[in-house]
Design a protein around this ligand. Structure first.
Ligand code: HEC
Length: 260
């Protein structure tokens, strides 16, 4: 019986290893990048995240919603309340007036971010059948997190640069968008960024690489805005426990002092 179990377990692990090896062959892993917000002391790079918000607002917001954020959340990103009020007021939000008739009014701090499409069906219809996903928690939702989002945004390969083998294997046509990091490579989103697509207010050069890192930093913040508070609490708890351990040790020595 035991022998049977052992050989069963062995066979299973060999199978599992094989499956992992096959999966690893097919997937292209996003290159690892250093992010400010990783690790127990992680914080967001506010300047990068603010530039990233500018990229989202001027480029991605045309197709992608960010439903879990309200305009007032931008104050946590380091923008002033006056700036945020201005940003909100630029958006025309659908609402009802006092008589119950539909109207568009300027956005307020308490409004959720304006969505580009009324619903998923309209979003899909406008994008060749694939609705652009909401980006509120995309950094958490995708394997590889920030590394993946950054790689995706910088990972487009123009049709002319593809090898005949790639074109054949993935059945790519001139009308497809080929992305090295998207599973299956053919993605309904055309490359959203080209050098100089936005003009940063802080004067940072807008290369595709720069805009991709910045918008990823912003989306990471959007998916976990309280990360810094949690990290701070974690560090305080550890410090408290260290002090407590020291005190307990001193007490123990006191109590047992005359027994030595
Ligand atoms: C013209 C519309 C359009 C714009 C602009 C656009 N996207 Fe997309 N995006 C899409 C569509 C459509 C999909 C769905 C792709 C698919 O599933 O094939 C998508 C998918 C995505 C995904 C999910 C990929 C995955 O793994 O499923 C991310 C992340 C993303 N977009 C980020 C961005 C960012 C960041 C910007 C701004 C720099 C942006 N997009 C601009 C249309 C757009």
């Amino acid at each position: 019986m035991r022998k049977l179990l052992v050989s069963g377990a062995l066979a299973l692990s060999v199978l599992a290893a094989g499956a992992v090896a096959i999966a690893a062959e097919k997937e292209v892993h996003p290159p690892h990048k250093h992010w400010h917000f990783q690790g127990p002391f992680g914080t967001y790079d506010r300047a990068a995240a603010q530039r990233g918000f500018q990229v989202y607002k001027e480029v991605c917001a045309a197709c992608h919603s960010l439903r879990m954020l309200s305009y007032r959340n931008l104050v946590d990103l380091g923008l002033t309340e006056a700036q945020v009020k201005g940003i909100a007021a630029e958006a025309q939000i659908a609402d009802l007036n006092d008589d119950g008739a539909p109207v568009d009014r300027p956005g307020k701090l308490s409004d959720p971010f304006k969505r580009p499409y009324a619903n998923d069906a309209a979003a899909a219809a406008a994008n060749g059948g694939k609705a652009p996903p909401d980006l509120s928690v995309i950094v958490k939702a995708r394997e590889g997190g920030a590394d993946y989002i950054h790689a995706l945004l910088t990972g487009y390969v123009p049709f002319e640069k593809l090898t005949p083998a790639q074109i054949k294997e993935f059945e790519v046509t001139k009308d497809d968008n080929y992305n090295t990091y998207f599973p299956g490579h053919k993605i309904a989103m055309p490359a959203p960024l080209v050098d100089g697509k936005v003009t940063y207010v802080d004067g940072t050069k807008t290369t595709v690489e720069q805009m991709s890192s910045d918008v990823t930093e912003f989306l990471a913040w959007a998916s976990e805005p309280h990360l810094e508070d949690r990290n701070r609490t974690g560090v305080r708890v550890i410090l408290f426990l260290l002090v407590l351990a020291g005190m307990m040790y001193a007490v123990k020595r006191q109590v047992w002092a005359d027994k030595h």
